[in-house]
Design a protein around this ligand. Sequence first.
Ligand SMILES: NC(=O)c1ccc[n+]([C@@H]2O[C@H](COP(=O)([O-])OP(=O)(O)OC[C@H]3O[C@@H](n4cnc5c(N)ncnc54)[C@H](OP(=O)(O)O)[C@@H]3O)[C@@H](O)[C@H]2O)c1
Ligand SMILES: [Zn+2]
Ligand SMILES: [Zn+2]
Length: 358
Amino acid sequence: MTAVKEIRAIGVHDYDNWLEPKEFTYEPQEMRPEEVEIKVEACGICGSDIHAANGDWGRHFSPLAVGHEIVGVVTAAGKDSRHKVGDRVGVGAQCDSCHTCTRCKNEHQNACRRMVGTYQGVYPSGKVTQGGYASHVRVNSEFAFKIPDNLSSVDVAPLLCGGITAFRPMMTAGVTKGTKVGINGIGGIGHMAILFAKALGAEVTAISRNDKKKELAIQLGADHYIATDEKDFSKKHEDSIDLLINTGSSFSEGNVSEVLNLLTAFGKMTFITAPPIDEKLSLIPFQMLQNNISVGGSCIGSPKDIEYMLEVASKNNIKPMIETIDINEPNVKTAWERMVKGDVRFRFVLTGYDKYFK
Ligand SMILES: NC(=O)c1ccc[n+]([C@@H]2O[C@H](COP(=O)([O-])OP(=O)(O)OC[C@H]3O[C@@H](n4cnc5c(N)ncnc54)[C@H](OP(=O)(O)O)[C@@H]3O)[C@@H](O)[C@H]2O)c1
Ligand SMILES: [Zn+2]
Ligand SMILES: [Zn+2]
């Protein structure tokens, strides 16, 4: 099959009216030898889609189609591609990197300073990237991953960004049986973090701004639950967590000192939160040194990490809790509005691509 000349997509045209997504077409960058073109079958709606679409991270260009939890079938493959036509593959938040820097050479492509995001990214050619709310995506095949047969496209889609983002801090910290893992923010990524932490044998505490998600968090496998609107939660649960992963879409309502107080000595707090660009954190050095704790960040995962995460998901039959919704303009609007209200348990996945992009 030959590559398509034009890709149809649904996205933001005007950031002031971002909740009015509309269809547009774009011409992808020329197909390179290492690339694959993928006909999209399913795409999760990540919290990052909302930040990018509403301008939280800046108004880089429009129209902008978001979506980076993509699963589909390869419909065209360059001569050096590692996948062939007909393969079912997934793509996460990154579609290329520079391949020449130390980070890339050390297989930390996800930290490459010249990484190209699957959407809102810019190739060295100046061509911008568009995401998976579209008929097709075209990416470097190094960033497309074969999907294990036992995982359905709708179930696996959220793992391509959300799953790896939740899992990578646990890899870094060496989470194993009995590690006390706290997940702060029980949304799309937070709920996947509970599933992965349990698969690794951790003792899991779900932490949320109130007690509304308690029942579901326990159902997902959490052993404990902390509501941060509870008076004295910080004192009451001190020394209860070795690794605390902050997955909230913002930390504006959080008190970092109170949350850090939950850590055991030598514990670690990792932010995966990617808040509006002007949001800042205020840390108290004495709290960190006296408790020998550290605060860090984590960004998606490298291709190798993503492949390992998919293997763990396949072996443990990890399935996120999803709500599917057919792709079209009004449904994208509805899904985004409900995401903003926190009205989804826990991840939307866009489906019905064949119906819309026929
Ligand atoms: N580092 C990375 O590589 C990476 C990759 C993907 C996404 N992200 C970022 O990760 C964050 C979460 O993504 P997601 O897909 O899980 O989003 P999501 O499904 O919308 O969930 C976000 C959760 O954050 C909490 N929250 C919402 N508003 C908040 C506020 N004002 N203050 C504190 N907490 C708030 C809520 O949890 P509770 O109701 O339980 O408190 C909510 O369920 C986003 O910022 C996203 O951009 C980072
Ligand atoms: Zn690089
Ligand atoms: Zn994402």
